[in-house]
Design a protein around this ligand. Structure first.
Ligand code: KG4
Length: 340
């Protein structure tokens, strides 16, 4: 089955074509250079950029795959959660294509896409159901039990900021460009993770997360250091980044292992933009080895927002629900009801 995937939930326009489970093409058009001026995504600018990007990206994807729209058998588009203006561009575009060519359309929950993105990894056998997935992105931080291609149970989630949001806010505080995660990670490689102690929020051993206190602690530390400007010629950026990153990684990895033990799960996966962080991947891989678990991580290009994961999740949803498609009046949603 040839599936066209469309993703536009935040600031990446992405189009992919899957031939059954094989990725024929996966293209992405980012907007980092626009949002970096503001230190974060500006929703109205994001929707306008999607409008500009989507048609050329669609043309390029078909050309690169050497297909025409007549070859496409299913369209899967992100329906939510995300920025409504951004979602509407991709989802309405998908509806128009589906309507003109009478192709079935499925609306996909973006979170399901991330949770299933480990299936795009061809080099390794996929995890067995039920597996545990740590979803860490700019908009979400949560632990899910993935019971099948269409059944997800949320075991815990952030009560305030997402981990990626904390990375982006700390980066902004330090004057680094958006998105801040990769910039902080790069500086952290040259710093000492023990230079500063930043608080970890354990929340009485619940599987929920909280990162807003950590972000405030980094801000307080930076303020203190800036008051010593006569002593310190410049901020110890590398050490701040490494110590902050360590606080995030320690909480994410310990709570993931705690969840796996509580639910007797041996296969552990990761997904979302922050899962591209190599220190986090390494820590989780080490913890899994120590606990006798298997660790699964998508290739870095499929950690951040992409349309291949949406095409895959949409195809599985369509096949498992007996070909049940969305209608032209189906609306987008800003909040996910997945696994509630
Ligand atoms: O999944 P994603 O592309 O978009 C959302 O759905 O949110 O995730 C983007 C987030 C941003 O906050 C970005 O700073 C973070 O992922 N990110 C990273 C890294 N690469 C991307 N955070 C830490 N380390 C990285 N290497």
């Amino acid at each position: 089955m040839l599936t066209l995937g469309i993703e536009s939930s935040c600031d990446d326009t992405a189009i992919a074509i899957l031939d059954d489970d094989d990725i024929v093409v996966s293209l992405r058009s980012g907007q980092d250079d626009i949002h970096t001026l503001f230190g974060g995504v500006v929703p109205e600018l994001a929707s306008r950029e999607h409008l500009r990007a989507i048609q050329p990206l669609f043309d390029a994807a078909l050309k690169q795959a050497r297909y025409t729209l007549d070859d496409i058998e299913l369209i899967a588009a992100t329906q939510g959660p995300g920025l409504v203006g951004s979602l509407l561009v991709g989802f309405s575009y998908a509806k128009a294509l589906a309507c003109v060519k009478n192709i079935p359309l499925v609306g996909v929950d973006h979170i399901a896409g991330h949770l299933l993105s480990v299936f795009l990894q061809k080099e390794k056998r996929p995890p067995a159901f039920p597996y545990l997935s740590l979803l860490v992105s700019g908009g979400n931080t949560a632990l899910y039990l993935v019971k099948s291609f269409t059944e997800f149970e949320c075991l815990g989630r952030t009560r305030d900021d997402a981990a990626g949001e904390a990375f982006d806010k700390v980066a902004k505080l330090l004057g680094l460009p958006y998105p801040g995660g990769p910039e902080v990670a790069k500086l952290a490689e040259r710093g000492s993770k023990d230079a500063f102690f930043f608080p970890r929020s354990w929340l009485d051993n619940s599987l929920d997360f909280s990162f807003s206190g950590l972000k405030t602690a980094v801000r307080n530390q930076v303020n203190q250091l800036e008051q010593k400007k006569d002593v310190l010629p410049s901020l110890p950026m590398e050490d701040i980044c490494a110590s902050f990153q360590e606080a995030v990684i320690e909480v994410l990895s310990k709570k993931t292992i705690q969840a796996a033990k509580q639910h007797h799960i041996k296969d552990i996966a990761i997904g979302g933009g922050v899962s591209a962080n190599s220190a986090l991947r390494q820590r989780l891989a080490d913890c899994c080895t120590r606990e006798g678990c298997q660790f699964y991580a998508p290739q870095p290009q499929f950690c951040t927002d992409n349309a291949a994961m949406i095409a895959f999740a949409g195809k599985m949803q369509y096949q498992q629900q007996g070909g049940c498609a969305s209608t032209l009046v189906t609306d987008v949603f800003s909040r996910s009801a997945l696994g509630q």
